[in-house]
Write a protein that binds this ligand. Structure first.
Ligand code: ADP
Ligand code: MG
Length: 702
């Protein structure tokens, strides 16, 4: 075999692995090389130097290690579901060991009255402790046993366990792998960094994270590996960003012409907020630079992102280009269309709307006019990405509520023009700073951190089902004062039919509590046909109905300023960012608005925290921080698909400090040597190449 670097060698060459288990490792965990196996980090370390007495077992211990003898074995239960129980004793008492698998084999191989060391998680059942499926070792066979104060535990799968690769099996293999590691692992940080941060070397860290001698060694190894993970994400993102800023040519929109000026002077319905002005300035600088814009616009619900989008599109038009705006749902695309159409008709600008339900004949006409360049602005759903849409000169794509579009979908959009168009991504899900750094470190970020004047924060209250009468009275009071009300039901997601039934039951209850003709009720949900949805929305928008019963289809974008009360049923079933998003549908007019969260009497601690956060604050960034803390980054919308957060050890919430240091150092390095061409920085470029081979390129846009 030609020389293969240690970390790249196939795992079947690890002593004790063999081809069969290696194949299973690959299939189950995607691990194929020494290097990948080494990053299968322990999830826990357990003190194996300590022995417990049976009489000491209580609820405080997760794992216990005992020394004692089996005094009797017994098979019980019906054939096919037998279990084996063993009576296990030490000097302090007795406890039952119990197995549900491998019963016959164990019965024959376990020895009576021989001393064993056993290790397990005790369970509490029927008023006493027992020990299911313990690890068993005969003391007589433990001659060279080293009591480890920090024994590593590895996660595994059923399949791997059946091949002997449970935590213990993996530990054995890992030990063999580590035995040959000395002098084999190439450092991937500069000496300078390692010294400045007082980190252990890479090889030392890899060794000690698996088999630490003491807690200090373990801490240092973990710190090193976490830093490495976070640092390389930052370095790669910043390098991409630099590359884009300097090499990714874009259309230069140098002119601000008639469209923008006339709109600003004659049709702008209100004065821009300072935040809107600031963001528009940032965007204009990008558009004029001759490089492609990739900007993320964050702004809380109701902060006025649509207007920013429109003015950006008008700049494109002033420079002889077309612009498109993509929205995640038909309702939202429609609404954008209505708003924007209204604002630009005076300018003589025509706007097209293309969604899944645009009729074939209308679609065909629209396509032709897009291709010829007559139609300059088009608004739509993902129907816009379908292959047949061809622009004449697409200069700008605005994507609203970005988290709902997949990366691939966006990529298909750009391939539609000779040069990548400028991209403005708008999101109303505020992203906490730490996450933004990790996820969007290569994008330019603008923030609208100010709401239009005159808005009063929505007052949020929590009621339990037993207080429903009070809530009904409150709803009536609001309606009698001329306001409109949303009542939102969660999707339970058991099945579409059940979800619908749940919603319909809720709808019936609303009809009973708010009878016609005193009240009129609209309803929208995902299973309605578009025309029906539109009809129902329209009635509510026009004020013909006072109550809108809906599922989360109204989560994004819908704008009815007169709706000043939102009631969310089963609020405990919603995620925090979703609750915040929903609440953003009210508080859009000048009136005091309210959001009522209804829950049952019993809710989980986590749900309670979500509700309390909603009641306490209406600041989207604060909500997002709590959300991140409660759920962890893996679950946040948009992150799952991004593939950027492929962190094995670091946690961007808990390791925020390390992340900040990593970001800062990466910035310093890229500033001094953006291409990482300096011989001193070769170590970085080489490792980035290796990472790209494994994970692909990080850049998600263009
Ligand atoms: P979002 O950022 O959630 O998309 P919108 O763009 O829908 O917010 O704007 C929310 C509401 O605020 C709309 O009714 C819009 O007309 C209004 N609005 C936007 N900008 C301003 C402003 N500068 N002054 C007053 N109202 C504004
Ligand atoms: Mg919006």
């Amino acid at each position: 075999m030609a020389f293969v670097e240690f970390l790249n060698r196939p795992i079947e060459y690890v002593k004790g692995m063999g081809p069969k288990r290696a194949a299973a490792m690959k299939k189950e965990l995607g691990i194929t090389t020494f290097g990948e196996l080494l990053t299968w980090y322990p999830f826990r370390y357990v003190d194996r130097s300590k022995f417990f007495l049976i009489s000491d077992i209580d609820n405080d211990q997760v794992y216990v290690q005992l020394k004692g003898k089996i005094t009797g074995l017994q098979i019980a239960g019906k054939p096919g579901s037998e279990r084996l129980t063993a009576n296990f004793r030490d000097n302090s008492g007795r406890i039952e060991l119990i197995w549900f698998k491998g019963v016959k084999w164990l019965k024959n191989s376990l020895l009576i009255n021989q001393e064993y060391v056993i290790f397990a998680k005790p369970a509490y059942f029927n008023g006493q402790f027992n020990i299911p499926h313990p690890e068993m070792e005969l003391v007589a066979e433990l001659k060279d046993y080293v009591p480890e104060p920090l024994q590593p535990f590895y996660s595994s799968t059923e399949k791997l366990k059946s091949l002997g690769l449970d935590s213990r099996g993996i530990r054995k293999v890992m030990r063999n792998l580590i035995a040959g590691i000395e002098g084999e692992v190439r450092e991937n940080l500069t000496k300078d960094l390692v010294c400045r941060l007082k980190l252990p070397g890479r090889e030392e860290a890899l060794k000690n994270i698996h088999f630490p001698e003491d807690p200090v060694q373990l801490k240092r190894a973990q710190a090193r590996i976490k830093f490495e993970e976070l640092f390389y994400i930052q370095l790669r993102l910043l390098k991409n960003k630099f590359y884009r800023h300097h090499n990714q040519a874009g259309f230069a929109f140098t002119r601000v012409g008639e469209y923008v000026n006339r709109f600003y002077n004659e049709y702008l319905p209100f004065t821009l907020t300072n935040a809107q002005k600031k963001v528009i300035r940032e965007i204009r600088a990008d558009l004029g630079s001759g490089m492609q814009m990739n900007r993320l616009l964050q702004g809380d619900v109701g902060s006025g992102k649509t207007l920013v989008a429109l003015m950006t599109m008008l700049i494109a038009l002033d420079n002889g280009f077309q612009a498109c705006l993509m929205a995640p749902t038909e309702i939202l695309a429609n609404q954008h269309f209505q708003n924007i159409h209204k604002m630009v008709t005076g300018l003589g600008v025509e706007v097209g709307l293309l969604t899944g339900s645009t009729k074939a004949s209308a679609r065909k006409k629209m396509m032709a006019r897009l291709t010829s360049g007559e139609l300059k602005i088009i608004i739509g759903t993902h129907a816009l990405i379908e292959d047949k849409v061809q622009f004449n000169r697409l200069g700008l794509t605005v994507i609203d509520e970005q988290h709902r579009f997949g990366v691939m979908q966006r990529a298909r959009m750009w391939s539609k023009s000779e040069m990548a168009p400028h991209i403005l991504v708008m999101t109303a899900t505020p992203i906490p700073r730490t996450l933004a750094m990790t996820l969007y470190g290569d994008l330019d970020i603008s923030v609208i951190d100010e709401l239009p004047p005159g808005r009063k924060p929505v007052q949020t209250m929590h009621f339990s089902d037993s207080q429903r009468l009070k809530v009904i009275a409150f709803i009536r009071k609001n309606i009698h004062a001329g306001r409109q009300v949303y009542i939102v039901f969660p999707l339970i997601n058991e099945s579409e039919t059940l979800d619908l039934k749940y919603l319909m039951d809720g709808y019936d209850a609303v009809l009973r509590d708010f009878p016609y003709p005193d009240y009129a009720v609209s309803m929208v949900h995902g299973q309605l046909k578009t025309a029906e949805k539109e009809y129902e929305m329209e009635r509510f928008v026009k004020g013909q109905t006072q109550i809108m019963v809906a599922t989360t289809v109204i989560e994004v974008g819908v704008d009815v300023p007169n709706a000043s009360l939102m009631v969310i049923e089963n609020a405990e079933r919603f995620g925090l960012s979703q609750l915040h998003q929903l609440r953003g549908r009210v508080g859009r007019g000048a009136d005091q608005s309210y959001c009522i969260l209804m829950t049952g009497l019993k809710v989980t601690t986590e749900a309670r925290q979500r509700i309390e956060t909603m009641v306490r604050t209406s600041d989207g960034f604060e909500v997002a921080e709590v959300d991140l803390r409660l759920r962890g980054p893996g679950d946040l919308e948009g992150t799952r698909q991004s593939g950027v957060i492929d962190l094995k050890l670091a946690d961007i919430v808990k390791d925020e400090k390390i992340l900040k240091v990593a970001r800062q150092l990466a910035e310093e390095i890229i500033q001094q040597d953006p291409l990482l061409a300096d011989p001193a920085n070769q170590v970085f470029s080489r490792h980035i190449l290796e990472l790209e081979k494994e994970q692909g390129n990080l850049s998600r846009i263009s």
